[in-house]
Design a protein around this ligand. Structure first.
Ligand code: SF4
Length: 334
């Protein structure tokens, strides 16, 4: 593999799309090489240019905590991981409290997530009630199981502006979900007028550069509000824990390559969990979390791995990044 970094940077500045092989070559660099740092700097330049130096903080809370039959190996909600054997769900009042708290804290978008076995009707009912209590301009996003062309429009009617939905790495192998279902759902959401945000996730040390490049290109193909990359967080005691976790530097490198490979119409570039090195490498979207979190073993992630909106602000500030004040431009502009 040979890569001329100056040609790569020129091609990026000219906004000429990169080939699959070029993306693989960029991913194959050592994350600590000067070339990788130049790619990170270029990614940060693009992110700043596209947003006017206004990164975003989106905040998610879970409506329930329950053993999920889809058994994604890396998820603490997966039934097989036995982290949370006892189901629990928020009341509508608690959901409203969580959403309005995150709105007050200045999140640019509020996300509600559920496990794949949460009742769809109930999700719509809670969404309607939460929407009623939020300011009209607040962006409300759902993170829920696969849907069809019949159900997706009901989410829009209930008050969602968009959804987070990802075709995960090794979907159908490390998860109990057919990859085609994920793709069909994304189409159904978009056809229903819901804006889709996505990500290359959850990245582990075993994923090859070819797999990462293919997934980066898949996310680019759906014209999302944002793409990006997030590493797999090791959940202690799970079978997948032995595969390990990539470093923040490698994560930053992948996030930067994802930015270069995305068309400029995709403004957002996310990473998770938040880290200032990621922002310095072109990530312009962090997530804060409240309550249950599929990467945590604590019922209330604010006592564990979760980051608050204020902490995400600090991390962006540490990378000399400005933060948007107001509703998400990623979802509004898409
Ligand atoms: S990632 Fe989602 S679908 Fe998979 S086990 Fe966790 S909650 Fe269920």
């Amino acid at each position: 593999m040979t890569i001329d970094i100056h040609d790569i940077l020129k091609q990026s500045r000219d906004a000429v799309p990169f080939s699959r092989q070029q993306i693989i070559d960029m991913l194959a660099l050592s994350p600590s090489s000067p070339e990788a740092y130049l790619i990170m700097a270029e990614a940060a330049r693009i992110s700043r240019e596209l947003t006017g130096d206004r990164a975003e903080i989106h905040a998610q809370f879970a409506l329930n905590l329950a053993p999920c039959p889809k058994n994604c190996a890396y998820c603490s909600f997966a039934a097989m991981n036995k982290v949370f054997p006892k189901p629990m769900k928020l009341t509508v009042e608690q959901a409203v409290e969580h959403a309005t708290l995150l709105e007050e804290q200045g999140a640019n978008a509020v996300y509600m997530m559920v496990t794949a076995n949460y009742s769809f009707d109930e999700f719509c009912e809670v969404t309607t009630e939460v929407r009623r209590h939020l300011r009209p301009e607040t962006v409300l996003i759902g993170n829920l199981g696969d849907q069809t062309s019949d159900t997706a429009p009901r989410l829009r009617d209930a008050g969602l502006d968009g959804v987070y939905h990802a075709l995960r790495l090794r979907e159908g192998i490390d998860t109990g979900i057919d990859p085609e279902l994920r793709k069909q759902s994304i189409r159904a959401f978009q056809d229903a007028g819901l804006v889709v945000g996505t990500c290359v996730e959850p990245v582990g040390p075993e994923h090859t550069n070819d797999e990462l490049a293919d997934m980066i290109l898949f996310t680019a193909s759906i014209n999302p509000a944002f793409s990006g990359a997030a590493r797999r967080i090791t959940i202690p005691g799970t079978a997948i824990a032995k595969r390990g976790m990539i470093s923040e530097l490698r994560m930053a490198h992948i996030v930067a390559v994802a930015r270069l490979a995305m068309p400029r119409s995709v403004i957002g570039n996310c990473t998770h969990e938040p880290y200032s090195l990621g922002a310095a490498a072109g990530a312009n979207l962090f997530w804060a979390e409240l309550g249950a979190n599929p990467r945590d073993i604590r019922e209330n992630t604010e006592e564990g791995r979760g980051f608050t909106v204020a902490k995400c602000h600090d991390l962006f500030r540490d990378a000399d990044c400005g933060v948007l004040d107001g509703p998400s431009a990623f979802f509004r502009n898409n």
